[in-house]
Design a binder for this molecule. Structure first.
Ligand code: BG6
Length: 484
C-alpha cells in the first residue's frame, strides 16, 4: 500500500522531537508500509537535501533514539522531501496538489502540526485544490481550540471538508503502551472487573508530573497553561480509560461512545467545588536534579507578571452507578520533583483486621506510564524475617515491567499512532463530541480563574507543587501516593 504523508509544520518543534523520530523508528522496525513518501512542509527556504541534513542533526539530540548508521539513515532519508509553503497563502496549495496527484498514492495523510490558528485555513485550502478525496486522512494535533466555542468552530470547518472517519484527532497519551495495557487489563482479563467499582475502590489518582519547564515554548504556553495543555485532553482521556464501561466490541465508535459517557457523567462544577477542589500553581525558582532553574516568569516569551498555571490538581467524581462518590484526583505540572506519569488505584481496606498493621495499608494498583511502562500490585504478605511477630504483615509489590517482559524495543506513542493513521484505525483517536464534552467540563474552571485576581500559588521548582494540593486530598482523608 503506497502512502504520502504530508507534514504541515515540518520544521516545527513537534516534527523534530516526536514525529520524524517516530517515523524513523517505524521504518527501523519494518512497520512503516513500503512505498511511502514523507513530505515536510514549512516556510523555510530549504532544499530536500538540506531538510534531510537537519533531520539527521536533530536525531543526535533525541534521547533513547539509537543513532542510525549513515547507510540506514540514507535509506530512510530517501523517503523524505521538503516543500516550501506559506500555509496562509492559497496560491501555494496547487503545487502541493500537483505533487500528490502526480503519484496517486493509495493513502494520503495530511498531518497538521501547526499553530491551531491555521487548522481551518489548511482544511479549506486543501478542499479548494481537491485534496480531500476519500483516500485522504487528516491528523489534527492538540490543542484543538482554546475553549468550547473555538473547538466547535474548528470541528465544524474540518467537518465540512472531511467526514468524521477521515479525521484523526491525536492525543498521544492514548498511544502510550501503558494505556494500551490498561485496556488489555480491564477488558482482556476478568480478574479486576468485579472490583472495578465504588464498593472496592476508595480513590483514584492520575498524576502526570514533568521535570521539564516550558523550554522554548514560553509564548505558546502563556496562552495555554496546564489545564488546556494537559488536563482537557491527556488527563481526561486517562480518566475515561479507567472509568469507562466495557465497550461492546473493539471498534472505534464503541470505545468512543463509552468514553463520551464518562465525560458526560463528570460531576458538574459548583461554586464551592471550584473554590476548594481545583488548585492552580506556577513554578518559582528551584532546583531540578541538583541544578538551579529559573522561575516560570523568567522564561523566554513569558510575561513577568503572568498568571498562567504550570500546575493543576483537582478532584472530581463520575456520577454514575459504578463510581458515585469515588474521588478521582488529577494532578499535572511542570518542574515537579520527578518525571512520573501514573494512575494509582487505591482499594478499600479490609472490612475487619485480624493482623497487626493491616488497616494502615490497603491494596493498590499502579499503572505506570512514565518513566517506565508497567503495572504494580501492592499487597500485604507475611514476611519470614527472624524476630518479627507472626501477626505483622509487610507490604510487598508484584511488578510487571512491560519493557522487560516483552523485551523488544519500545514502540513509542507517536510511532503507534502514525501507523494507525496510515492503516486507517481510529480506535485511539478522539471524536469531536468527546473533545467538546471535555471542553464543556473545563470551561467553568477557566471562567473561575479569569475572575480570580489571586492568581496561581507559587511552588518551588523540584517539589510536588503547592501544599494546597496535599491539603485538598487530605480533606477526604487521603494522601497522594508518594506521601503515604
Ligand atoms: C504535550 C504537551 O501534549 O505533552 C507538553 O503539550 C507536554 O507540554 C507533553 O510536555 C508531555 O508528553 P509526554 O509524552 O512527554 O508525557
Amino acid at each position: 500500500m503506497s502512502f504520502d504523508l504530508v507534514l504541515f509544520g515540518g520544521t516545527g518543534d513537534l516534527a523534530w522531537r516526536k514525529l520524524m523520530p517516530a517515523l524513523f523508528q517505524a521504518f527501523r522496525h519494518g512497520t512503516l508500509p513500503a512505498g511511502g513518501r514523507i513530505i515536510g512542509v514549512g516556510r523555510d527556504d530549504l532544499s530536500s537535501e538540506q531538510y534531510r541534513a537537519q533531520i539527521s542533526a536533530r536525531f543526535d539530540k533525541i534521547e533513547l533514539l539509537k543513532r542510525p548508521s549513515e547507510e540506514e539513515f540514507a535509506r530512510f532519508a530517501a523517503l523524505i522531501e521538503f516543500m516550501r509553503m506559506d500555509l496562509s497563502r492559497p496560491d501555494d496549495y496547487p503545487r502541493l496538489a500537483a505533487a500528490l496527484q502526480q503519484r496517486q498514492a493509495d493513502t494520503v495523510v495530511m498531518y497538521v502540526a501547526t499553530a491551531p490558528a491555521l487548522f481551518t485555513t489548511v482544511c479549506e485550502q486543501l478542499a479548494q485544490v481537491g485534496l480531500n478525496s476519500a483516500q485522504t486522512r487528516i491528523v489534527l494535533e492538540k490543542p484543538l481550540g482554546h475553549d468550547l466555542a473555538s473547538n466547535r468552530a474548528i470541528n465544524e470547518t474540518v467537518g465540512r471538508v472531511f467526514s468524521e472517519k477521515q479525521i484523526f484527532r491525536i492525543d498521544h497519551y492514548l498511544g502510550k503502551p501503558s494505556v494500551q495495557n490498561l485496556f488489555a487489563l480491564r477488558f482482556g482479563n476478568a480478574l479486576f472487573e468485579p472490583l472495578w467499582r465504588r464498593e472496592y475502590i476508595a480513590n483514584i489518582q492520575i498524576t502526570i508530573a514533568e521535570q521539564l519547564g516550558v523550554e522554548n515554548r514560553g509564548a505558546f504556553y502563556e496562552t495555554t497553561g496546564a489545564l488546556r495543555d494537559m488536563v482537557q485532553n491527556h488527563a481526561l482521556q486517562l480518566l475515561c480509560a479507567i472509568g469507562m464501561e466495557p465497550p461492546i466490541n473493539s471498534h472505534a465508535d464503541a470505545i468512543r461512545d463509552e468514553k463520551l459517557k464518562v465525560l458526560r457523567s463528570l460531576k458538574p462544577w459548583s461554586a464551592e467545588a471550584l473554590a476548594q477542589d481545583v488548585i492552580r500553581g506556577q513554578y518559582a525558582a528551584g532546583s531540578i536534579a541538583g541544578n538551579a532553574v529559573p522561575p516560570y516568569r523568567d522564561e523566554k516569551g513569558v510575561d513577568p507578571h503572568s498568571h498562567t498555571e504550570t500546575f493543576v490538581a483537582l478532584r472530581t467524581e463520575i456520577s454514575n452507578w459504578r463510581w458515585a462518590g469515588v474521588p478521582f484526583y488529577i494532578r499535572t505540572g511542570k518542574r515537579l520533583a520527578g518525571r512520573d506519569a501514573r494512575i494509582v488505584i487505591n482499594f478499600r481496606p479490609t472490612p475487619h483486621a485480624i493482623f497487626n498493621a493491616q488497616m494502615d495499608v490497603s491494596n493498590r494498583l499502579v499503572i505506570s506510564l512514565q518513566p517506565r511502562d508497567g503495572l504494580e500490585l501492592h499487597l500485604l504478605a507475611q514476611g519470614q524475617s527472624k524476630g518479627r511477630s507472626a501477626q505483622t504483615l509487610s507490604p510487598v509489590q508484584l511488578d510487571l515491567d512491560f519493557d522487560t517482559r516483552f523485551g523488544s524495543e519500545r514502540v513509542g506513542a507517536y510511532e503507534r499512532l502514525l501507523l494507525d493513521v496510515i492503516d486507517g484505525r481510529l480506535n485511539l483517536f478522539v471524536r469531536s463530541d468527546e473533545q467538546e464534552e471535555a471542553w464543556r467540563w473545563v470551561e467553568p474552571i477557566i471562567e473561575h480563574w479569569d475572575n480570580d485576581a489571586q492568581g496561581p500559588r507559587l511552588y518551588a521548582a523540584g517539589t510536588w507543587g503547592p501544599s494546597a494540593a496535599s491539603a485538598m486530598i487530605a480533606r477526604d482523608g487521603y494522601c497522594w501516593a508518594e506521601e503515604c
